[in-house]
Ligand binder design. Structure first.
Ligand code: NAD
Length: 236
């Protein structure tokens, strides 16, 4: 595919939205054509149209939407993508069970990737956690996560996704959350038994890793058949 993939960034004025817009500029194969947020974003790429939550339907044509917003904003962008038959990449966390079910239903008609974390390191951590849980039957499993004070949901979506991997390995994880300062994201998965303890830790120091992952996935999703894809399906 030689033409650039035209992107709608949903949540464009937020921390992730601004990182997506800045990093998309560095790629010739991506072009931001629309930036959607509750109010007009600070950093609007040249040639992009700004749309607000109320005027989402007026967005110009785009090939893929990337959504890093809030649960209350999510339904509108999913609905827009289904009506226009375009793929959606979403990293919004704190979604309800009904919203997760709506993603599965949408995947019958459009390609969708929803992931709690778009970093390669966390994808590997998930594999390690499941493997450890399988081998360490009966050990206590605790997942401790720390994020900046502005983060609304707890436990983090990544902690819950790591917990699902631990459960798949047979563990029963417990969760603890810290909200402090400007921490980008830290996850520790601890396995403990009498006399010994293992800690598997991932520290994100820059949210660009998530934005780069989402941009990569968006490019890969353009032109795919409908379905629910995982980040790991699109890393090559
Ligand atoms: P933020 O608060 O800085 O930004 C939220 C954005 O959503 C803003 O642009 C805001 O205008 C927009 N918004 C809010 N209500 C809206 C509405 N009704 N319609 C349209 N837009 C609306 O948040 P952030 O730190 O950028 O994080 C955004 C989301 O991404 C959160 O759910 C966070 O947990 C998640 N996140 C996911 C990953 C990942 O890898 N999956 C990484 C970092 C953050």
């Amino acid at each position: 595919m030689n033409e650039p993939t035209r992107l709608l960034i949903h949540g464009a004025s937020g921390r992730m939205g601004q990182a997506l817009i800045r990093l998309a500029r560095e790629r010739d194969d991506l072009r931001v054509v629309a930036a959607a947020a509750r109010s007009a974003p600070d950093d609007l790429p040249a040639g992009a149209t700004s749309v607000t939550a109320a005027s989402l339907d007026s967005a110009p044509d785009f090939d893929v939407a990337i959504d890093f917003s809030l649960p209350e904003a999510f339904d509108a962008v999913l609905d827009l993508c289904v009506r226009r038959r375009v793929p959606l990449v979403s990293g919004t966390t704190g979604l309800s069970d009904a919203q997760r079910a709506a993603i599965d239903a949408a995947a019958m008609t459009i390609p969708v990737v929803w992931a709690a974390n778009f970093s390669l390191g966390v994808a590997v951590l998930g594999d390690l956690v499941e493997r450890a849980a399988k081998v360490l039957a009966g050990w206590d499993c605790d997942i401790v996560e720390a994020h900046h004070i502005h983060k609304k949901d707890a436990p983090s979506g990544t902690a819950l996704a790591l917990g699902a991997r631990a459960e798949a390995g047979g563990a029963s994880p417990h969760y603890a959350s810290l909200r402090a300062g400007d921490i980008v994201g830290e996850h520790t998965v601890q396995f403990a038994t009498a006399g010994e303890r293992i800690e598997l830790v991932h520290r994100a120091t820059n949210r660009d890793i998530f934005a780069r992952g989402a941009l990569h996935v968006a490019r890969r999703l353009h032109g795919r058949a409908p379905g629910a894809y995982r980040v790991g399906d699109l890393l090559d």
